[in-house]
Design a binder for this molecule. Structure first.
Ligand SMILES: NC(=O)c1ccc[n+]([C@@H]2O[C@H](COP(=O)([O-])OP(=O)(O)OC[C@H]3O[C@@H](n4cnc5c(N)ncnc54)[C@H](O)[C@@H]3O)[C@@H](O)[C@H]2O)c1
Ligand SMILES: [Zn+2]
Length: 372
């Protein structure tokens, strides 16, 4: 299979996302042109290391590139001050300088954490993303948002720091837990819903075979997702406008993530899938789109076997007012008004800045009622 190349056009900070099977085994040759000395520092997590670090080490070694590696515990709790300090100190101990390249090798947690460490290390060190989850390949590795969580909330400390290269190896998705794959799918379907109805049609037909492991279908889905993200990011790098569309489903998602304590009760991508279904429901109630649109969204998510209803979240949830209050704390609130990404149909999302709170409450009340 060939490698797809998707450019992210950002002037002097432009880079390429390379998508294909077997890229990690060729990573030495892919990365070598970026290096001024033949040495890289790799940061990964323990799970990714156990499956794939040997392949990366051999690929670098085959090109005469020396590698030092640090592995952190897997999971969202690593995306905080403690591991940020640890990674930063380790990179300094390894004498990583501004002309060097750091490799972030893992899912979105490793990518966000290591990207942020690189943004601040010596005021900015270049880094390469090698995303190993579906979510990281289609979303977090592209676009330069990096950061960590604090006790106040998620992603509140961060920086825009674009990678120098992204290598998305489709083959590594084979070792993902099915639940993690489906969570990443929440972000894939988001792209179709926000701006590409034909892609959503394609996913309705091909999604199940893709989830079952078809590599060609996986490569196309990642490529199309990355193309969409790259286009939006190159037009609006710092989210002054269009980039906000990437938050389709995310206002609901963030409230649900807070309500479930960012625990394994709800993975981020699962919350995005539920949030997209709710955003279409809200759009329909505002008379923006037909009843057919939310029905199709829900039917497809159900067919894929991902979470789609609030009833799919185990344990108790706050009532509608409680969930609305959690949305109010969202950092995307502008001047006290709730901002939602709504849709005029599949593939036609837009930013709505003044959504009536009582309508959101009604949507949530009904969604919660289905639970009981
Ligand atoms: N920067 C952005 O633009 C952006 C966008 C979306 C999400 N995010 C962030 O991404 C994070 C979530 O990322 P994620 O879903 O990749 O989570 P993750 O990095 O925690 O990975 C999920 C799990 O999969 C394991 N794993 C990773 N690759 C594997 C592989 N190939 N085989 C087997 N196991 C593997 C990990 O060890 C982990 O246990 C969140 O912190 C979220 O805020 C950032
Ligand atoms: Zn997301």
């Amino acid at each position: 299979m060939t490698t797809d190349l998707v450019p992210v056009a950002l002037g002097t900070r432009s880079y390429e996302v390379r998508i294909g099977a077997g890229l990690i085994a060729r990573a030495g040759a892919e990365i070598a042109p970026l290096l001024r000395r033949k040495r890289v520092a790799v940061i990964t997590d323990d799970t990714v290391a156990s499956h794939h670090l040997m392949t990366l080490a051999e690929a670098l070694d085959s090109q005469g590139i020396a590698m030092v590696a640090l592995s952190i515990p897997p999971g969202e709790s690593s995306k905080g001050w403690e591991q940020y300090a640890r990674c930063s100190e380790w990179l300094l101990e390894q004498k990583i300088e501004r002309r060097d390249v750091v490799v972030a090798f893992g899912g979105g947690v490793v990518g966000d954490l290591v990207g942020f460490a690189c943004a601040t290390l010596r005021r900015g060190v270049r880094f390469v993303q090698i995303p190993t989850t579906l979510l990281a390949q289609v979303d977090s590795s592209v676009g330069g948002k990096t950061g960590i969580n604090t006790t106040q909330g998620k992603n509140l400390i961060g920086a825009f720091h674009q990678p120098s290269l992204v290598l998305a190896d489709i083959g590594v998705l084979n070792t993902l837990e099915p639940r993690d794959f489906l969570a990443g799918y929440g972000e894939v379907v988001k792209y179709g819903l926000l701006g590409d109805a034909a892609f959503f049609d394609w996913l309705e037909v091909n999604g199940p075979a893709m989830a079952a492991g078809d590599m060609g279908l996986r490569q196309y889905a990642v490529k199309r997702s990355v193309e969409m993200k790259a286009g939006i990011v190159s037009r609006d790098e710092t989210e002054e406008g269009e980039r906000a569309l990437l938050n389709l489903g995310h206002t609901f998602c963030h409230a649900l993530e807070k309500a479930t304590g960012y625990s394994s009760r709800l993975l981020h991508g699962e919350g995005v899938a539920i949030g997209c279904a709710l955003a279409f429901e809200l759009s329909q109630r505002m008379g923006l789109c037909s009843q057919e649109a939310p029905s199709r969204v829900r039917a497809h998510l159900k067919a894929m076997g991902t979470k789609v209803d609030l009833a799919d979240i185990p344990g108790d949830l706050p009532d509608a007012a409680g969930l609305l209050a959690l949305m109010g704390q969202d950092k995307k609130v502008v001047d006290g008004k709730l901002r939602f990404i709504l849709a005029r149909g599949i593939g036609q999302a837009f930013v709505a800045d003044d959504v009536p709170g009582d309508l959101v409450t009604a949507v949530l009340t009904d969604a919660l009622r289905v639970r009981s």
